[in-house]
Design a protein around this ligand. Sequence first.
Ligand code: C2E
Ligand code: CA
Ligand code: CA
Length: 902
Amino acid sequence: MTGWQKQARATTASPVWVAICLCAILAPGSAAAQIVANPDGSFSATALEISNTALVWQVAMGGLVVAAFLAAVILWVSTALRRARHSNIRRAAFVSSALNSLTTGIVMVDARKRIVFCNDRYLEIYGFSRSDLVPGMTGRDLTSLRATRGMLCDDIEEYYRNVKSPEGHVCELRDGRSILVKHRELSNGGIVSTHEDCTARRKMSRQLATTTHFLESVIDNIPVCVAAKSIEDGRYILANRAFEQFAGLSRDQIIGQTAEKVYVPEAAQMVTEADRDAIASPTGQTRTELSIEHNGGRRLIACNRMIARDEKGKPEFLVSLFEDVTDRRSLSREVQSAKKFLEQVVDNIPVSLVVKRLSDGQYVLANRAAEAMLTRRREDVIGSTLEDIYNPADVQFILKRDEDAVRKKGVVTEEHPIQTENGLRLFLTRRVTVLDEAGEPQYLIKTNEDITDRRETESRMAHMAYHDALTELPNRAAFLQALEQMIDACEDTDEEFAVLSLDLDRLKEINDVFGHEVGDQLLIEFSRRLESVISGGVVARLSGDEFGLIIDGLQPDSAKALATRLMQSMQTEFTFDGRAVRIGLTIGISVYPRNGRDAETLLTNADAALFRAKTKARGSINFFDMELDQQLRDRRALHQDLSTAIRNGELSLHYQPQARARHKMKSDHVLGFEALARWTHPVRGFVPPGDFIPLAEESGLIVEMGEWILREACREAASWPKDLQISVNLSPAQFMHGDLVGLVHSILIETGLAPGRLELEITEGVLIEDFDRGLLLLRRLKALGVRIAMDDFGSGYSSLTYLQAFPFDKIKIDRAFVMNLGRNPQSAAIIRAMIGLGHGLNISIVAEGVETQEQLSFLADEACDQVQGYLLGKPAPIETYAEWIGRTKSVSNVSNLPRRVG
Ligand code: C2E
Ligand code: CA
Ligand code: CA
């Protein structure tokens, strides 16, 4: 039985207690009754005294009436009481069932903490049955029972402490349920405790929290500024991290504030106005771009605003998403201008360029050159396809090529002729496929370039690289290439061929005499004649006057026959402007494979054969000879080295004394020195002048070398304290080339040497080569005041003729005669005659090559004027003769001189 039922029963005792009280009130004088009513509803009479018997009847009657009345009253009362009790029971049952049907568990305890009520929901929550509740059970007993059943989260004391809190306490049960327990103290000292299963609600609120957190972190991590403000007061209610950064304020500083807190006044006003516009906009959404002053600079802010409404559709919040697009805008402006620039470039390149979209085959770009090539305006090209532009046959052709190029994906080029209004032109088409990120072809760029002119230039340049501009013949490079091809073809066969090296004689003279134009003309004519004679073989111009030929067939016969034919062809004169010019040829020949198996060797050997032919006789034909040409090759190598000898300081001068011819030589008899050139080769060491002077003469190097010798000798002599003679040898070549007289003159001025101290020794070669010229120059040299000596007198043929033609100052008797003195009587007679001749012509006589005292004595006896030879002194560096030239170093007498010098 619940507490409420017990109470209901307790109230049913009350009408009896009311009737007794009523009797006591109705008989106040006859009887006194004391009724003690117990709190639980029982009663008892302690005494009833009746005062007299007369009154017994009256009283009995009255008592009867009263009793009847009382009985009626009691009946009435008890009926009323029963009715009230039933109503109470019904009400209690109703309340009880109402409480039992609650979703909240309820337990009530009275002031003594005994349980007076516990609803079904409570039992259900904790898995109890009603039988678990025993009479007299306290609330704490029930809680302990929960603890033993594992239905309590904390220990009991803590539990009681927690549940007192106004919000209650959530008890997390082991089975995962959450029960919200609240204790409410009643005024009568009892307690009502409510137990509510809030598992689902808790789960939901947890989920909500997670979702909220997730959304917050999403918003926070959006790189765009997100701000939300209440429309009512314009205060911020949300600011994400990007906004914090933009504002330079923390979230706490923003939230609850208005735009004035974030922006400078002018900017804040603009923002507020934009907010207002957004709120007023019918769509509730606006996009704006504001240029505002912010963070010390003007920034461009792009903003999206939208209105968030409450359930009733009333605008509640304004959400703004905005971005500082200043940098991006300026970047995009740059991109735009770069794009425009590129478009201009593309438009102005002289190459036709179109871009085709592969998805639909439409042209999406065409530049100016493409307009010209397709003969239609760009607007008509863009958006059209191949079919719109070309005829069906061309479409097929071009489409196939496009598809091939797209398949290959790289750059595909091809050259093809196209008929244009300027005639047939050569075009270079380049196809480049543009891929998307996935590597799929998207566009095809096609360029068409008119390369007709370029190709022509290229082939012209290629021709120039391999041809001689004057004669149009192949040049040396082409000749070597042809030679290599020939070798390749003949390798591993017994085929032979010959290389002919041709030298045009007297080309230089023709240039000098007739001028270069005639020289050039001659070369051209000569080339044509060569081509006609060789007919089929290779002809090339190797250098100025050197030509190369390749002739196959049986060797050496084939080469010999060709060489002869060439020689014969030169019999016919060339005529220019009515002037007949005849030229000669010298030919050197090498044969493959016996004279060389590679191009370089074959040509070098043909050259060597030519070189020897030239030294033998101009106009001859010479086959390469290993032994003979080896020496020549050596000489040529030496010649090569000689060309750099002056520059490398390898040349020097030795000096040989010349003295009066006296039986006993004394230093003061020395009259002068002959300067003799010396070459110390860096590898070969000392090279005799007999070897290198002829080499220098052949090559013309002697001109440059002679200048150096002359200057060096004059400079040296000018430095001597004594005014001694200095003799310098001149080669015939020095008379043929350059301005010898001018050179001597300027060297004398330059070195300050008195002209009378300089003696130039010449051989008869000077006059043999070109008598008139030689004579003229000798005269002019003499006019400068220098002396001229005839060297090696007697060794040639026509010395006497020259003595007659020019007034030499000195005659040097060739040492061959002196050498033979005492060996044959003729020598003495010849020397004697020469001395007589000289004296007769008033020319002083010098005997060369005096090596012995006997020779000296003979010459002294014969009144020879001067002597020169090893007896007196060998050619040596000037320091050796320091004392003789008046310098300090002591050289006591001739015998002290080193025996072998130079
Ligand atoms: P050369 O002009 O007749 O020079 C005299 C040559 O006779 C020198 O030979 C000299 O060393 C040599 N000699 C002198 N005394 C004696 C002697 O007692 N016995 C013998 N056996 N020989 C003697 P080197 O220096 O070898 O010169 C040879 C030739 O080279 C010269 O003959 C000259 O024609 C030429 N040469 C030398 N230096 C020059 C130069 O500077 N310019 C030119 N153009 N030719 C030079
Ligand atoms: Ca000499
Ligand atoms: Ca000589």
